[in-house]
Design a protein. Structure first.
Length: 436
């Protein structure tokens, strides 16, 4: 499917235009230069043509921005893969030397370019600024206001006229995988190892990735959509609106995924923050794989893998069912295990048990188990059980009085269900319903 890139200086409105085109707040919008540092991909349609729209980091001539080289590398990658380009210029400040540098780069690309003079809110502004825009050397110039949603039809008409009609790649059968964890734990390095290119910026400055970045990768005959997210910070350290938005987006990315890879640091494997994050993944009904990264830097002691596994089970008893894999994203150690593991966990998440098998379990429980009660002669009775539709697995036990069921007995039932079938890496929901 065709790709259209949005480029321009920081704070000219690229992310606002991106969000308008998609009809949602997909990129973080803020008035700080350099807010969008990675490429963000969205799918959209105009005039019967479907295409990807890509938001890129702002290009600055100033060299003091610590991510400038990385941002420009991301922009170059977006230009290479795009079929057409939306070049956004600030209509209030006019054309700057940096805009002229960008225009030179775009002319060399040979791609169709539409110049969008953004933030033009009245005809007087348009008359004054459009002449400057034409001076950049492109034939197509559009006056726009992302804030007031003007100019988009003309812009998209031009863009789609330059695109070949292509069938939209359905995401049916795609497995959506979210990479989550603390800042600087190696999420972007892992994504890049899978994608085979620097889709997400990699640096040793914590918090380099602040948006969610989608990458579609084909492995083992399956399509995986990887969502790389900003590292989740403790609430006490979320001291800007931007970091707050990024944390919210991380939880939204968890909601979008089928399977979450929670990255842990081999040198500091489990923190309270990790426990909360893993709890959120399970609470939202997602598949879970614990990925211990930087394994090459772990202490080299005897049976270190067994020691780490024991520690993870002790620290995370509520996630003891989750598969664990020890990797090095940089060296590639054990990365080959992850695709099959992801497929297995997603299979488990959609696994169903026949009602007849479930009710065999109910009979065994009634015969061999001591049922919980209220201490006054009333005990829980289970009549039958069925599995609800959908994922994750959810089981409904029809009983005489749901209030007689203790949390510990629910956990016991969960363990029995896990013995019946492979639900590793998957939360199990259990509901008690009074039989009428």
């Amino acid at each position: 499917m065709a790709i259209v890139a949005i480029v321009g200086r920081p704070n000219v409105g690229k992310s606002s235009i991106f969000n308008r085109i998609l009809g949602k707040r997909a990129a973080i919008v803020d008035d700080q230069p350099g807010v969008t540092r990675d490429r963000l991909y969205g799918e959209t349609e105009w005039a019967g043509k479907k295409f990807y729209i890509v938001d890129t980091g702002g290009i600055m001539s100033e060299t003091e921005h610590p991510f400038m080289d990385l941002i420009e590398k991301q922009v170059d990658l977006a230009l290479d893969e795009s079929s057409a380009i939306i070049f956004v210029v600030d209509g209030r400040t006019g054309v700057t030397p940096t805009d002229e540098e960008i225009a030179h780069k775009l002319r060399r690309s040979g791609k169709p370019v539409v110049v969008v003079m953004n933030k033009l809110d009245n005809e007087k502004q348009e008359d004054a600024m459009l002449g400057e825009a034409y001076g950049l050397g492109f034939d197509e110039v559009v006056a726009s206001s992302a804030e007031h949603n003007t100019g988009f039809g003309e812009m998209l008409d031009f863009i789609t006229s330059k695109l070949e009609s292509e069938e939209f790649d359905s995401d049916d059968g795609e497995i959506r995988v979210t990479l989550v964890g603390r800042p600087n734990v190696g999420k972007s390095s892992l994504l890049n190892a899978f994608a085979g290119e620097e889709r997400s910026m990699v640096s040793d400055i914590a918090g380099t990735t602040r948006d969610v970045v989608d990458s579609v990768v084909e492995m083992n005959g399956h399509r995986f959509r990887f969502l790389d997210t900003a590292g989740l910070r403790r609430k006490s350290r979320v001291n800007t609106d931007l970091e707050y938005y990024s944390n919210v987006r991380t939880y939204q990315a968890i909601d979008r995924c089928h399977v979450a890879l929670v990255l842990l640091d081999a040198q500091d494997p489990v923190t309270e923050q990790d426990k909360r994050l893993i709890g959120q993944v399970l609470e939202r009904g997602k598949g879970l794989i614990l990925v211990v990264n930087k394994w090459d830097l772990a202490p080299r002691e005897e049976k270190v893998g067994d020691v780490m596994t024991k520690k993870l089970i002790e620290e995370l008893p509520f996630a003891a069912h989750a598969p664990r894999v020890f990797i090095s994203a940089l060296s590639g150690r054990s990365l080959g295990k992850l695709p099959e593991l992801i497929l297995k966990v997603e299979e488990n998440r959609r696994r169903r048990i026949a009602t007849s098998e479930l009710n065999k379990l109910v009979k065994e429980v009634l015969v061999f188990e001591r049922m919980p009660g209220d201490g006054k002669g009333h005990s829980l009775k289970i009549y039958y059980c069925t599995q609800a539709d959908g994922a994750p697995p959810a089981f409904i036990f029809f009983v005489n009085d749901s209030e007689l069921c203790s949390k510990s007995f629910k956990r016991h039932l969960e363990n029995l269900l896990r013995e019946m079938a492979d639900f590793s890496g998957v939360p199990i929901k259990i509901f008690m319903r009074n039989k009428i």
